[in-house]
Ligand binder design. Structure first.
Ligand SMILES: Nc1ncnc2c1ncn2[C@@H]1O[C@H](COP(=O)(O)OP(=O)(O)OP(=O)(O)O)[C@@H](O)[C@H]1O
Ligand SMILES: [Mg+2]
Length: 288
């Protein structure tokens, strides 16, 4: 697909190209998927063409959090059973959703299939302003591939020391891989603004001192029973509980990102082909 993708990527650059926001964490269960879903909806409501990509191909659940039931997932597309576009479903506010497949094993995918799919992803990406990639937790190779392709890496942590330590560990690993993405931080489930700020400051100081990497605090999302309650109904808070503390915080996060979308000048889509090739070369079942 090298030729096909090269042409498509050139078109993308001409049009500004979609931006990639990769959402990752050191420890699991810190709120990545809920933040991805609600942030994606908030940005779509603001008029951005957003596609959410569930890159957790071990235990994906973005579709559940969004309350959609796709007939197909990225898993079937990777297996060559469907075209990638067929896995795309439309969610709230016109949001595009690519649900993840379970325990996807890509080890024996033929090169022709890889090329076909790489072209399909590039083509699909052309229709969007922003790809939000919801990763599985930890240091998997998929996270690395998507962090490398990202314009922004959004690291999610909670105030829990283990989450903070693992978050720093992930960042250290990615910095060693020399990722170019700008790094944003969201402290989720904090009990007070002060607690969230302290946590952020610790990570920011360590990243600056030991990794020479600037980490910007993009926002805080408080611990919110309303999010838990809505979660049981599979309804994102920015739709079903718009005045809840978590919904308001995520809407503010969307405003922050909207400003960045406006000022971000360097499209990163030139990295797309490499990303997709590597994405397809991974066994996500083992990558976690
Ligand atoms: N701000 C919040 N307040 C209260 N509960 C929250 C908040 N954010 C997330 N949760 C809860 O934490 C749990 C984990 O959330 P989520 O699935 O979004 O995390 P994750 O980081 O994507 O997990 P994984 O690493 O397994 O992919 C869910 O039960 C969710 O309801
Ligand atoms: Mg998740």
């Amino acid at each position: 697909m090298i030729d096909q993708a090269a042409g498509l990527r050139a078109q993308m650059r001409g049009r500004g190209g979609p931006k990639f926001l990769t959402i990752a964490s050191g420890k699991g269960g810190v709120g990545k998927t809920n933040i991805s879903a609600n942030l994606g909806i908030s940005l779509a409501q603001r008029g951005f063409r957003v596609c959410l990509f569930d890159a957790d191909l071990g235990l994906p659940n973005l579709d559940l959090v969004l309350g959609v039931s796709p007939s197909y997932t990225v898993g079937e597309a990777l297996a060559g059973e469907i075209a990638l576009r067929e896995a795309l479903v439309e969610g709230p506010a016109g949001l595009g959703i690519l649900a993840g497949g379970r325990d996807v094993n890509l080890a024996h995918l033929p090169q022709s299939q890889v090329e076909q799919l790489a072209g399909e992803l590039v083509e699909l990406a052309l229709g969007y302003d922003l790809f939000i990639v919801d990763c599985g937790a930890g240091l998997g190779p998929a996270v690395r591939a998507f962090a490398e392709a990202a314009d922004w890496l959004l690291l999610v942590t909670t105030p829990d020391p283990a989450s903070l330590t693992d978050g720093y560990g992930l960042l250290k690993y990615l910095c060693q891989e020399e990722i170019e993405a700008k790094v944003g931080l969201v402290v989720n489930m904090s009990r007070s603004l002060g607690e969230g700020r302290d946590v952020a400051q610790r990570l920011q100081l360590a990243a600056e001192r030991f990794l020479s990497r600037e980490v910007q605090l993009w926002g805080q999302v408080p611990y919110d029973e309303e999010l838990v309650r809505m979660g049981r109904k599979q309804e994102p808070v920015v739709l079903g509980a718009t005045r809840s503390p978590s919904a308001r915080s995520i809407q503010r996060l969307a405003e922050t990102l909207e400003r960045k979308m406006g000022t971000h000048l360097q499209p990163s889509t030139g990295k797309l082909r490499g990303l997709w090739d590597r994405f397809l070369g991974l066994n996500f079942g083992l990558g976690r």
